[in-house]
Write a protein that binds this ligand. Structure first.
Ligand SMILES: [Zn+2]
Length: 298
């Protein structure tokens, strides 16, 4: 059962929404950690006590789940927020469709409403706000939405200008994704230092003192001899490093500067990286933290 779910989540072409709506998707993404060498395996049969670790061949001791419970909880919350963001956006589009139907007696597909709203905003950004520009926009709207009269286009235009796809739940997706990555990275650094001889509490203290992004990235470099950007690049999901950085920036901008910093599009990118987060950090842990045990297979 769990095997099937694992491969379903990791390898099939589910949409983000289908994934987030699946009640077991987060658990299916977790790993078990070998207590001897630290190797993380996503294969469910390794839950058994008698099954040897594929890395060090040892068996007989129970395996810990990876990542920790806080990360699992965060990813579940990200999934919930993502589903609610989609539902709420759908409701907003339906409300607008209903107003348009009652005001100008025209049935318009909800997805066309969203596209028209983003067209209007793009046009407004580029336009010089002249009478001619406004006229051109109304003509385009009238044609695109098959509206009978100029006044109808003007009415729909005024509705579209005030319509936004972004809802509060999108913000939660981005903020929580920022927190998830920060914690996974923090945990990885603690593991790295512990594998290099520090006690767990020394490692936690050292990592805790370097909370700033540049400082913690430098710590990764010191511990591994590799830049984080290069290490993450080897995971093989294009732009995931850059997306992580921009999610972290947006989250900080939202928390410290402006509540308008987050868009629906940014939330989509956040979910795209959040669903890969456990795999990415398991990859990094397996590459940089697994202990070399004499006599073990390579
Ligand atoms: Zn092992």
């Amino acid at each position: 059962m769990r095997q099937g779910e694992n491969s379903m989540v990791r390898h099939t072409g589910l949409t983000n929404l289908e994934l987030a709506e699946n009640p077991t998707w987060v658990i299916a993404l977790t790993f078990s950690e070998c207590p001897f060498c630290g190797f993380l395996s996503g294969e469910p049969e390794l839950d058994g006590l008698s099954v040897p670790c594929p890395k060090c061949n040892r068996s007989g001791s129970s395996r810990e789940a990876f990542p920790d419970l806080s990360c699992i909880r965060w990813l579940e919350m990200i999934g919930d927020a993502y589903v609610r963001a989609n539902t709420r956006t759908g409701e907003k589009q339906a409300e607008l469709v209903e107003i348009i139907r009652s005001d100008v007696k025209r049935d318009i597909e909800p997805s066309r409403v969203a596209a028209a709203a983003s067209d209007v905003r793009r046009f407004l950004r580029k336009s010089r706000r002249s009478e001619t520009d406004y006229d051109r926009m109304l003509s385009a709207l009238q044609t695109n939405l098959s509206l009978d009269r100029r006044e109808d286009a003007a009415r729909v235009h005024s509705l579209l200008v005030r319509y936004f796809d972004t809802v509060n739940e999108h913000t939660n997706v981005v903020v929580l994704t920022g927190s998830l990555f920060e914690r996974l990275f923090h945990n990885l650094l603690v593991q790295l230092l512990a594998r290099r001889g520090m006690t767990d509490s020394e490692a936690r203290k050292t990592v805790g003192k370097r909370r700033r992004r540049e400082d913690s990235q430098e710590l990764f470099w010191i511990a591994t001899g590799t830049r984080l950007q290069k290490a993450v690049g080897e995971f093989g999901v294009p732009t995931i490093y850059e997306d992580c950085q921009s999610i972290a920036d947006r989250r900080n901008k939202f928390l410290h500067i402006t509540p308008g910093a987050i868009s629906a599009e940014m939330a989509e990118r956040a979910f795209d990286i959040a669903k890969n987060a456990f795999d990415l950090f398991a990859f990094l842990q397996n590459k940089y933290c697994v202990a070399k045990i004499p006599g073990a297979s390579a």
